[in-house]
Design a protein around this ligand. Structure first.
Ligand code: C2E
Ligand code: CA
Ligand code: CA
Ligand code: CA
Length: 253
């Protein structure tokens, strides 16, 4: 099915976009550490659609803010079921990292629904940093001042990564799943993952590997010193309704 601008606009008006939640686990213990929020579209006829079908359209038409706002509201609402200290990680578009109002908007959405800012992670990609480093710095620093954490997503797939690593106050480094997917078969991928994890460690960042599908991958990542993992091995993205029943919550401290 081909999706038009009008379809997406109608979807936003009818509030058809929902957050799905994919678990992040501590590789050493297998304990749940939080969730990444991934956008889905409950399309009236086509079923559940992935973000690559509608995020680019929302970005091009200036609707990404409205979409993100609703997703955050719904995720924070569901977040009431998610106990401390579990985090919620959100993806923001490169465009949004140039919007000086972003921190204020995240703050008001979180405060309205009572979700602690300290448990929010904002995932950005390198392309977000490239266009306007100063603006991205200002916004990141404000987010940090609010207590949010910042993750560099899809690390290794952009360009001049190392430059960006030092320009923003990152807390986490996410190894792109293309490297994780081939690290068992390909020695080169393994070496790259090892180097990225080592780099993250030496910069004092939390390293996160995404796209973990097999136990073998998880074990190798743990052995390489990677802290957090995400992928089908631990759980697929699930709707808010499934949160308390399908995910084992950590015990009270
Ligand atoms: P991402 O941020 O890199 O998210 C990880 C993607 O990998 C997700 O795809 C997730 O479902 C998928 N994934 C997770 N574990 C595995 C695994 O073990 N194997 C494989 N093959 N895939 C796995 P998804 O949900 O289709 O999202 C695609 C991209 O869309 C995301 O990539 C992110 O860049 C973007 N996106 C998602 N939600 C939002 C949003 O709310 N706002 C913005 N701006 N972008 C979003
Ligand atoms: Ca992400
Ligand atoms: Ca990613
Ligand atoms: Ca990606």
């Amino acid at each position: 099915m081909l999706i038009s601008n009008d379809d997406v606009r109608r979807g936003i008006e009818n509030d058809e976009f929902v957050p799905f939640f994919q678990p992040l686990v501590t590789l050493r213990t297998g304990e749940l550490a939080g969730f990444e929020v991934l956008a889905r579209w409950h399309h009236p006829t086509a079923g559940v659609l992935s973000p690559d079908r509608f995020i680019p359209i929302a970005e091009q038409n200036g609707w990404i803010d409205a979409l993100t706002k609703r997703l955050m509201q719904k995720a924070f609402e569901a977040g009431k079921l998610i106990p401390e200290p579990l985090t919620l990680a959100f993806n923001v578009s490169p465009l949004q990292l140039h919007d000086l109002d972003l921190p204020k908007r995240i703050q008001s959405a979180a405060e309205d629904l009572g979700f602690p800012l300290q448990r929010i992670v904002i995932e950005v990609t390198e392309s977000a940093v490239v266009d306007n480093v100063e603006r991205a710095q200002t916004i990141s620093n404000e987010l940090k001042a609010l207590g949010c954490k910042i993750a560099l997503d899809d690390f290794g797939t952009g360009y001049s990564s190392l430059l960006h690593l030092q320009s923003l106050p990152f807390d986490e480094l996410k190894v792109d799943r293309s490297f994780v997917g081939s690290m068992i078969q390909r020695r080169e991928s393994r070496k790259i993952v090892a180097a990225v994890v080592g780099l993250g460690q030496s910069l004092g960042l939390t390293t996160v590997a995404e796209g973990i599908e097999t136990r073998e991958q998880a074990e190798m990542l743990l052995w390489l010193g990677c802290e957090l993992g995400q992928g089908w091995l631990f759980g697929r993205p699930i709707p808010a309704e499934d949160l308390p029943t399908t995910v084992e919550m950590p015990r009270e401290k």
